[in-house]
Design a protein around this ligand. Sequence first.
Ligand SMILES: Cc1cc2nc3c(=O)[nH]c(=O)nc-3n(C[C@H](O)[C@H](O)[C@H](O)COP(=O)(O)OP(=O)(O)OC[C@H]3O[C@@H](n4cnc5c(N)ncnc54)[C@H](O)[C@@H]3O)c2cc1C
Ligand code: SF4
Length: 791
Amino acid sequence: MAGVACVEQILRHAPKFQVTIFGDETHVNYNRILLSSVLAGEKSIDDITLNGLDWYEKNGIDLRLGVRIVDVDPIAKTVTGDDGSVTSFDKLLLATGSMPIIPSIEDVKKEGVFVFRNLDDTRALLERARPGLKAVVIGGGLLGLEAARGLQVQGCDVTVVHLMETLMERQLDPTGGNYLANKMNQMGITVLLGLSTTKVLGNGHVQGVEFKGGGSIPAELLVVAAGIRPNVTLGEKAGLEIKRGIVVNDYMETSNPDMFAVGECVQHNGICYGLVAPLLDQGKVLAATITGNKGPKYEGTVLASKLKIMGVDVFSAGEINDKVDGSEVIRYEDPSLGIYKKLTLKNNKLSGVILVGETADSHNYMEWLRSQSDLSKMRRQLLFPDSPADGGLDVAAISDSETICGCMGVTKGTIIQAIHEKGVNTLAQLKECTRASTGCGSCTGLCQSLLKAVAPEFEEEVKKTICKCIQFAEHNLREILRSQQLKSVQEVLEIYGNGVGCEICKPALSYMLDMLWCGDHDEDRSARFINDRVHANIQKDGTFSVIPRIRGGVTSPDELRRIADVAEKYNVPMVKITGSQRIDLLGVKKSDLPKVWADLGMPSGQAYTKGVRMVKTCVGTEFCRFGVQDSTSAGVELERRFENLFTPHKLKMGVVGCPRNCAEATVKDIGLVGQDGSWQVVVGGAAGKSVRKADLLITVETTEQALDSAGLFFQYYRESANYLERTYDFVERLGIEKVRKETVYAPDAAKQALRGRLQKSKDLSYDAWLEGSQPKTANQFVQIAPMEVYV
Ligand SMILES: Cc1cc2nc3c(=O)[nH]c(=O)nc-3n(C[C@H](O)[C@H](O)[C@H](O)COP(=O)(O)OP(=O)(O)OC[C@H]3O[C@@H](n4cnc5c(N)ncnc54)[C@H](O)[C@@H]3O)c2cc1C
Ligand code: SF4
């Protein structure tokens, strides 16, 4: 990260260098911070690439991937690669990072023991992790906890073993550490504190770990995350001054005038950093120095740490030791909410902050730390700074010099400049232009608020009201419907709209009422789209397509016979197998529809509605020799659970019995992918106008757990998406991290509430073609205008 970040800065100085980059990893540079997100299935490897190969080509950089430099000759000014190459240099920049510390544990070199530092480690962990596997992580620091959570998301049964008495003792005080340990325990990760691991048990492969003083626990996979130390090997070979790291001065110069160093391998002013923010500051200074623009100095970085675990908010910055002379401590604790906040002040200036369970104000604290503002006039509000109306953040009040993206060191001023001078209007453009929000991602909300406030076209992207008939944004309207207990579209339009409504707001309101009251509302059929009014899909010649429900694509000779009889009896011009494994009777006259439904005697496949369409399944274990899960039964059950329910937009599902993915479950709104001994539940996929690979929601062991997880996502999407928003837009807008937090990793009570509302909707739902449905006379079609065609 440091090496290429520095080269990016060097290029800005338009130097006349021929740049060669050696990297012993085989991948182009990537955002190492996000390896935790890759392990947790939140990001793919492609998502974390920082500079693609084309960037190197475009900038004329000779990139030597997979080449480890094994020697440096400071006299001949050459480096030797492990491929035998010898390359000469005028200036050498070392950015060799850190190496994981492996404590002296007996037999630690067993099969099944991993570290967590690079892409290969992450791939290996992902390959090994599976539901029910007993995983032990040694180390309760940031890295160890993130590794633990990632493995747990992959289904492992995880225990964290920490040497110290509290977690993250370098960033949190004992109270904060205890709050964190409680939270980890609540999430199902066992935390063992104050234990020194002395031995890895097992014959060849890890089977457990043994502790000092006796006692052991079983382990099938072991991750050692016991800290890092600067990788100074090349610095030593080059004869540079080394202490803990390669010693550099304020200009990032080493003891050799032609050699420079940056990143975790360096020691500046006695400090070896282990986070990204300092190395970016260092890279800027070094770029100026090496290109002959020596001037700016590196004067150290105020460090902030944030734990990247969904649902576990932890932030720490500055001094955590409150026993320093003259320190004052302000604290707040709420054990039942799991919130702990501690501020340390010295001379009315903030010197340290610890937040567990509630980190929304971390940005304010970071700024107070950096600016060393006098806080004497704000002391009453210090623990609970005023929250502005727009959701906890007033971007206008932030000064231009304040850092918005702590990982990449991007200030508000830089973002504003990019918006004004480079025409940045979207988050993607902002990322590309400034690198803001490309680190841990915690500043994304802030960047979006800035874009919203300053970028003129960003404003236009935001759809404010549903339509001109009703002047409320969708989320406000939902709240109004709930608080005012409104139960009919007409009532809403009369009180809050123009009393009439239109083809945009009426279906939207109809859906919102259905979802809010779980079907217990006054259904106004005229407010629905035409297809929902007629329970069939109107075709371009004015006839209709009739698709009976065939759950999971599994039918019977009797059903096939009835379909064939109906097709003959009503002279259906075309009988077609759809792409979703259903049978479509095309060209049915509208006057025949009720008779066709009655003769078929099958439920509606609802292939016309903004609702649950179908579940496509593969053969699975029942007949397929590759199958590892019974995809057919799971698909039939999935369809049975959700059928007849409305959703913000059409919703398609797929279930496959193994990763060969014959029924394309990974491009469905909800997909279940069978694995050996587990199911992956994936969401937000698409293979229509948009093509998107679904994101992994969770990996679970049993079919029932998979169906339940799918149900949690299904109900959350129904309740939270904008009307007419497909799951792929919804998941992308919120980010899979938030979706998980609100569904499968939500507190038990919230999950139970989602299940309850889903069940209530289901209980009140009915099949449109069969008994109990709305009137099935041809009269219901009188309102159809001939040109109304909806697909
Ligand atoms: C899982 C994980 C999560 C993290 N989370 C955060 C976080 O949330 N926030 C944060 O600020 N930081 C985080 N970090 C730390 C952050 O990733 C590092 O601070 C950063 O990557 C350091 O950059 P660097 O360039 O100094 O070292 P590296 O990124 O490690 O790069 C050094 C590169 O040099 C290569 N190399 C070493 N020796 C040789 C040689 N002889 N020849 C050729 N190549 C060589 C290495 O293989 C490596 O690819 C995290 C780290 C990990 C592993
Ligand atoms: S996805 Fe797997 S189980 Fe299903 S049909 Fe294909 S190979 Fe068989």
